[in-house]
Ligand binder design. Structure first.
Ligand code: PLP
Length: 394
C-alpha cells in the first residue's frame, strides 16, 4: 500500500492570516460603512517601474518574431541576467562570478527547493520570530527543527552560543517580521560558527534593497569566510514589485563544499533535472531592474514605502512605544502597549480605529506581545493610520 509523506501530518496549521481575514470579515459585516487602514499585508501595492514594463513588452515582441524568438532558457538562468546580477554584486565590492548566480522563480520556491541539497537527517535552526516557510518546508521533509527565540533584550538579533548544534542555519536580514538587521559583527559570529561546525547558512536577503545604513551588510558575502558556509537567497518581489511577476536569484559560491560535494555543482544538477528555467520574458523584465535607470526607478518606489515607515516611526516615537525595524526594512515590529497580547492589540486597533496589522504571536511563540506593521500600503492610509494610533494611544 502506498504511504504518503506522513510528515505533512506534523505541520501545525497556520491560522494567522485566516484568523485575520475572519475577524475583518466579521467586523465589516457589522460595520459595512467603515473603511479599513490595512497595514498587515506583506504584498506590494505600487506597480512595476517603467524600465521593467518596457523590457517586458520588448520581450513579448521578441517571442513573436522568427529571428528573436527564444525557446527553453538555460536552467540555471539566462546568461544576460546572471551576468547583470553578478555585476550588481561586484559593483558593491562582493566578488562573485556569474556562474555562482542562479535565477529562480522567487525566494519562496527556492527556500523550499534548496533543501534537496541536504540530507534529511540534518537539522535546521530557525531564529524566531520567523517567516513561517522555514519551519514548514523542513517539517515536510521530516527534519528536526531547533527553535532559537530572540527578543527585545538582543534587539531580535541573537548570537550563536557554544551549546548550539545545527546543520542548516536560517538567517533573514532585514528580517521579516521584526525588521531587525544583522550588523557585520553579528553576522561574522554566525559565519565563524558555521565554518567551525561545518553548518550551512541559508541567508534570506529578500529585503536587502531596503538597507540604507552603509555599514549594514546587504549580502552575507560581504563577510569574510561566508563563501565557505553560505547560500544567499534573494527576490525581486519587494525590491522591484515582482510579487505577481515572479523572479528571484540565489548565490551559491563554488567554495561551498561539504564532504567533497560542491553545492554549486549539485544545484546545477538539481536545476537541470527539476526545472526548465524561468520564462525568457520575465528574465528580460528582471534584467531591466539592474540597469542604472531601473535601479533609479525601483529606489523611488522603495523610498515611497520607507516614507510610510518614517510616518509610523514618528508616531511611535511620540507615543514612546518600543519598536525595531522601519529604518532598513519595510516592517515595523512594536511592543504592544499596556501589556496587551498580540491578538488583544489586533482587536483593539480593528475595533477602535479600523487599523489592521499582524499579531506577532503568528510568527512563533516569542512573538507574543508584539505586533507587525507593513509599510507597503498607500501614503494616505498610512498617514491616517498614524493619526489614529496617536489619538487612541496617547
Ligand atoms: N523570504 C521572506 C523573508 C519573505 O518575507 C518573503 C515574502 O514575503 C519571501 C522570502 C518570498 O519571496 P518571493 O515572493 O520571492 O517568493
Amino acid at each position: 500500500m502506498l504511504t504518503p509523506n506522513m510528515h505533512y501530518a506534523d505541520l501545525k496549521s497556520s491560522y494567522l492570516f485566516y484568523n485575520i481575514s475572519q475577524k475583518i470579515k466579521a467586523y465589516l459585516e457589522k460595520n459595512p460603512d467603515k473603511k479599513l487602514y490595512r497595514m498587515g499585508i506583506g504584498d506590494v501595492t505600487l506597480p512595476l517601474c517603467d524600465s521593467v514594463i518596457k523590457a517586458l513588452h520588448e520581450a513579448v515582441d521578441d517571442q513573436g518574431s522568427k529571428d528573436r524568438f527564444h525557446g527553453y532558457m538555460p536552467e540555471p538562468g539566462a546568461p544576460f541576467l546572471r551576468s547583470i546580477i553578478g555585476e550588481y554584486y561586484r559593483g558593491r565590492g562582493v566578488d562573485i562570478t556569474d556562474d555562482e548566480v542562479f535565477v529562480s522563480g522567487g525566494a519562496s520556491d527556492e527556500l523550499g527547493d534548496i533543501l534537496d541539497l541536504f540530507d534529511r537527517s540534518s537539522d535546521a535552526l530557525v531564529i524566531e520570530p520567523a517567516y513561517p516557510a522555514y519551519v514548514d518546508a523542513n517539517v515536510m521533509a521530516g527534519r528536526k527543527i531547533i527553535h532559537l527565540a530572540s527578543g527585545k533584550e538582543n534587539g531580535f538579533v541573537p548570537e550563536p552560543t557554544e551549546d548550539l548544534r545545527a546543520d542548516i542555519l536560517y538567517i533573514c536580514s532585514p528580517n521579516n517580521p521584526t525588521g531587525a538587521v544583522f550588523t557585520k559583527d553579528k553576522l561574522k559570529k554566525w559565519v565563524d560558527f558555521a565554518n567551525e561546525r561545518g553548518s550551512v547558512i541559508l541567508f534570506d536577503a529578500a529585503y536587502e534593497a531596503f538597507i540604507e545604513d552603509e555599514d549594514i551588510p546587504r549580502s552575507i558575502f560581504e563577510i569574510e569566510g561566508a563563501k565557505t558556509c553560505a547560500i544567499e537567497i534573494c527576490s525581486l518581489s519587494k525590491t522591484a514589485g515582482f510579487t505577481g511577476t515572479r523572479l528571484g536569484y540565489t548565490v551559491i559560491p563554488k567554495a561551498l563544499v561539504r564532504q567533497g560535494m560542491c553545492f554549486n555543482d549539485m544545484w546545477v544538477r538539481n536545476r537541470t533535472t527539476k526545472t526548465n528555467g524561468v520564462s525568457y520574458i520575465i528574465q528580460k523584465g528582471g534584467a531591466a531592474v539592474f540597469t542604472s535607470e531601473g535601479q533609479k526607478q525601483i529606489k523611488e518606489n522603495i523610498e515611497y514605502y520607507k516614507d510610510n515607515a518614517r510616518i509610523i516611526m514618528k508616531a511611535l516615537d511620540e507615543l514612546g512605544i518600543w519598536y525595531c525595524g522601519g529604518k532598513n526594512s519595510p516592517y515595523i515590529w512594536l511592543k504592544c502597549p499596556n501589556g496587551l497580547g498580540s491578538w488583544e492589540f489586533f482587536d483593539l486597533l480593528l475595533n477602535e480605529i479600523q487599523v489592521v496589522g499582524t499579531p506577532g504571536a503568528g510568527f512563533g511563540a516569542c512573538g507574543e506581545g508584539y505586533f507587525r506593521f507593513s509599510m507597503f500600503g498607500s501614503r494616505e492610509d498610512t498617514a491616517e493610520a498614524a493619526e489614529r494610533l496617536k489619538k487612541l494611544l496617547k
